[in-house]
Design a protein around this ligand. Structure first.
Ligand SMILES: Nc1ncnc2c1ncn2[C@@H]1O[C@H](COP(=O)(O)OP(=O)(O)OP(=O)(O)O)[C@@H](O)[C@H]1O
Ligand SMILES: [Mg+2]
Length: 484
């Protein structure tokens, strides 16, 4: 994954804006009055509010006032160690962008400063243009950091934009990348199995980005015939082909600063891939049948459930287009690899159904347990559909396993009845009554799962001998299929 080159940030406001109010504040800590005044002058000329101090105590006081956005710190300060102040700033005010200044002879301390968390450094003597460039970079980073922190908080909060649910480490990782890429206009390639939420993520990137008010235009390359994909994307002129009775603008042109979402990009035919690549490189398109060219300005997001790398090797996907689209790759793991999200997602879909039908639905214990254990080959979409179906079929507010699709019921029968096929009619119709054998089987399963399959410890905790445990495992058909 290459999320490193996120420097092409669109700055909507040319004057560097602080996260709290007004323009960004720059604090300069340097004992040399000439350096201080030069820094102040450059900073002021670039729209910052500068303040120069010659000692660390004053600097600390100002930093505590919470109004510093960028700190320029000479590490060789007279009173006290600049490095200590740097550590303190990174600990107490991690949002402040820090530029350290070192003497030529002490490049190694600059290295150490970078390790402690300084964002950039200057070695003395430095040219004023160097200082200007470093300041601009710091302001840019500060703007992106503030925006992405806010967005992360918003995504995490209940009213999270884009309605993304999940707090597994995998989803947290996605929120982190998402909050960064949303601020840019780079292409993003969204990878994941069917139903994992690729389109939802694409919408979220768009609606949290700087051009959220512009259109989000999806094109499903998987369901359209090639000629239709072409006319959808590039448009056509009147008379280009039979039935083209008027000019039609393509989506790439009508996005006008918005986003075009190329869904199932792996299905795009090779000749169209070449045309798309040219359009992205030249930022121009030629509508079908036209002699003129039209300039385009849109962000491209693409998604696929295919392995494009393999398709490139097989010559079925253009390598150059692959690299162009794959500036940032966002891989969404299948639901079975982030099981902690299942109860959250299930509760979310259930609540939505409850609101729609004004019935307070709840899951029966065996329904929720089976949902948590099932492999969900169709991922979040399959979970969503199963819950909607159960709500439609249930005879009351309690959703039982019997209301769930047959594949879930079969899975439950397979894992909870054992290989010897003990029928369990009572448990299927009444979740509160469970035969002793099933309780025992469940206790063994739960214990083993908690212990990651450690049979010796499980036997000890269950108060049975190791041989008895092995016999029971065989009897109840607990094996690898139970995920142990
Ligand atoms: N993290 C999530 N939180 C809430 N809803 C989700 C999440 N992920 C997916 N969904 C829901 O699951 C359904 C499928 O999502 P989406 O259409 O985005 O998946 P997809 O990866 O594009 O699927 P496909 O490959 O089949 O097109 C949608 O109704 C979406 O709202
Ligand atoms: Mg999709």
């Amino acid at each position: 994954m290459r999320v490193t080159d996120l420097h092409e940030i669109t700055m909507t406001d040319p004057a560097p804006r602080s996260s709290h109010s007004g323009r960004m504040h720059v604090l300069i800590v340097d004992e040399d009055p000439a350096v201080r005044s030069a820094c102040c002058e450059i900073a002021a000329s670039r729209g910052f509010v500068p303040c120069g101090v010659d000692n660390l105590e004053t600097a600390q006081r100002l930093l505590r006032g919470n109004s510093v956005d960028i700190l320029i710190l000479d590490l060789k300060s007279p009173a006290g160690s600049g490095l200590e102040l740097l550590e303190e700033v990174k600990l107490l005010h991690p949002e402040i962008a820090v530029i350290v200044v070192t003497a030529h002879a002490t490049v190694s301390s600059a290295v150490e400063a970078m390790r402690t968390g300084a964002n950039d450094y200057l070695t003395k003597p430095f040219a004023l243009e160097e200082l200007a460039a470093v300041l601009d970079r710091a302001a840019e980073r500060r703007t992106v950091d503030t925006a992405s922190r806010r967005l992360r908080e918003k995504l995490r909060s209940e009213q999270g934009l884009g309605n993304l649910i999940g707090n597994s480490p995998e989803m947290e990782r996605i929120y982190r990348i998402l909050s960064k890429v949303s601020q840019t206009t780079h292409p993003v390639l969204i990878l994941g199995e069917s139903g994992t939420g690729k389109e939802l993520i694409a919408r979220s990137i768009h609606s949290n980005g700087p051009h959220a008010s512009k259109p989000f235009l999806p094109v499903d390359c998987g369901s359209l015939v090639p000629t239709l994909i072409e006319s959808e994307l590039f448009g056509y002129v009147k008379g280009a082909f039979t039935g083209a009775t008027r000019n039609k603008e393509g989506l790439l042109a009508s996005a006008e600063g918005g986003t075009v979402f190329l869904d199932e990009i792996g299905e795009m035919p090779l000749d169209l891939q070449a045309k798309l690549l040219r359009a992205l490189q030249e930022k121009e398109i030629r509508p079908v049948g036209a002699t003129h060219r039209v300039s385009i300005n849109c962000r491209i997001l693409a998604a696929t459930n295919r392995d494009l790398g393999v398709m490139v090797e097989q010559g079925r996907f253009r390598k150059d287009l692959y690299y162009r689209l794959n500036v940032v790759a966002l891989r969404i793991p299948p639901l079975r690899d982030r099981r902690e999200d299942i109860p959250l997602l299930a509760a979310h879909f259930l609540e939505r159904m409850s609101r729609k039908s004004e019935t307070k639905y709840v899951f029966s214990d065996d329904a929720i347990r089976t949902m948590s254990e099932y492999a969900w080959p169709g991922n979040v979409r399959e979970l969503e559909n199963s819950i909607e179906r159960a709500c439609a079929l249930s005879s009351g507010p309690v959703l039982r396993l019997g209301d769930m699709p047959t594949q879930l019921q079969d899975f439950h029968l397979h894992t909870h009845q054992g290989a010897n096929g003990h029928a369990n009619g009572a448990a299927a119709s009444d979740p509160d009554v469970m035969p002793l054998a099933d309780l025992e089987r469940q206790a063994i399963l739960d214990t083993l799962r908690q212990l990651n399959g450690d049979k010796l410890t499980a036997a000890r905790l269950l108060g049975i001998g190791k041989t008895t445990l092995y016999r029971k495992l065989k009897e109840y058909g607990i094996g690898d299929s139970a995920g142990l």
